[in-house]
Write a protein that binds this ligand. Structure first.
Ligand code: GLY
Length: 401
């Protein structure tokens, strides 16, 4: 058995049809509705346990994804009663995000975009809710406070300026769009300037010669010079963590949309090709792209990486020539066929999530992780699955990122 798909044979896979997509999206919205009583005032944990999320407070880096599911449901609702239900819940959650930034509860990190884009940027763009605008701008200010001018990047994780913390991670490509939105909202270009510098620094170092990506790049804490690449959540430093590669795909697509710099199309094509070449036969990656079908000690998948990559393919396909657009749209629909058929939750008695078989973090002898959310639903996987379905059912969808 081949370990990965033969990329040239991708064409033999079926695409998700319009009716599959529409049914799948309806199912997701039903699940969001089922979850509102438990999660209107609370937030699901980052990952499920035994495929069920438990409610908690707005504290982790992941809370925004659930609110994003609520706003996607609002946008796609089929009747006024449901729309009202989702709007009421979404506004309550936005208020919680405003309080979080005001009282500075767990905000000393780089994840301001993951928190404030699908919640507050979405809310302001959909219903012009002023609390959402205030929260988004304050979150953008917080993100700017993590900028390190000596190396021109936003510091990932941990106490600012600590000598061991001079590093960026590929995930942050999805946080910096908050700065572009803040520039639009305030007409102050300094946010966009920081975003641009961070993206340039990331792209300079994060893609390896074989087109796989590092998770983390370390810098000299004094001079800001490149030091070395490493991983935190991948199998080992030199392997390609599947979600990191997926953040790279969507991140370069959004970077192109925000800057119009054609270099990002080239980066997108490189990281996409590597991702696609390392998919197993059902088109849903193992959690690290070094694993494939038939490997000893079968490894868990990370379905969230597939959903994130699909959103990237669909975003970038808007800006490509006809042939490339057709290719990436088709690839996106093929991956979605598999996600809908094999990974979507279709029975609320087995899970209160949307997408099974995600992996948050898996411990290995070579990384610093502990096992969490291995082969579980992960809340960003649920969100990006719904975003991908929304994109496919409404190609004119105005993205939140
Ligand atoms: N941004 C953290 C993760 O993807 O797990």
């Amino acid at each position: 058995m081949d370990k990965w798909i033969d990329i040239d044979l991708l064409e033999k896979y079926p695409e998700a049809t319009d009716s599959m997509i529409s049914e799948a999206l309806d199912m997701c919205m039903e699940q969001v509705k089922n979850n509102l009583p438990a999660f209107e005032e609370h937030f699901p944990a980052a990952n499920s346990e035994g495929n069920f999320y438990t409610p908690g407070i707005n504290t982790d880096w992941t809370s925004g994804f659930w609110t994003g599911e609520v706003w996607l449901s609002y946008e796609n609702a089929k009747n006024e009663k449901d729309k009202e239900l989702f709007e009421t819940a979404g506004k309550k959650q936005v208020d919680s995000f405003l309080e979080r930034i005001n009282i500075r509860h767990y905000i000393d990190h780089h994840d301001m975009g993951f928190l404030y884009i699908p919640s507050c940027v979405a809310a302001y763009s959909l219903i012009c809710y002023e609390n959402a605008k205030e929260a988004a701008i304050k979150a953008a200010d917080q993100l700017c406070s993590r900028y390190r001018p000596e190396g021109k990047y936003i510091q990932a994780w941990g106490e600012m300026w600590a000598r061991d913390n001079a590093r960026l991670i590929i995930d942050c490509m999805l946080n910096v769009p908050l700065l572009y939105r803040a520039s639009e909202l305030t007409k102050d270009e300094h946010y966009a300037e920081i975003a641009k510098n961070h993206i340039i620094t990331t792209m300079k170092y994060i893609i390896r010669d074989d087109d796989s990506t590092w998770h983390t790049i370390f810098f000299d804490p004094d001079t800001g010079e490149f030091s070395h690449g490493a991983t935190c959540q991948g199998y080992k430093d030199a392997s390609a963590w599947a979600r990191g590669q997926a953040w790279g795909i969507y991140g370069t697509a959004i970077a192109y949309k925000n800057t119009g710099d054609k270099e990002y199309i080239k980066y997108f094509e490189r990281v996409s090709k590597y991702f696609l070449k390392h998919l197993p036969t059902d088109l849903c990656p193992y959690w690290d792209l070094s694993f494939g079908d038939g490997d000893e000690n079968e490894q868990p998948r990370d379905s969230s990486s597939a959903a994130i990559a699909v959103c990237g393919f669909l975003e970038m396909s808007k800006y490509l020539d006809e042939e490339s657009r057709a290719y990436y749209t088709s690839v996106a629909k093929k991956i979605m066929y598999s996600l809908i058929e094999n990974y979507q939750v279709k029975d609320k008695s087995i899970s209160n999530g949307q997408l099974l078989h995600g992996t948050y973090a898996k411990k290995t002898p070579y990384n610093t992780c502990k096992n969490s959310g291995v082969d579980e639903c992960v809340i960003w996987g649920d969100y990006f699955f719904m975003e991908a379905l929304t994109r496919l059912s409404r190609p004119d969808w105005k993205m939140y990122w």
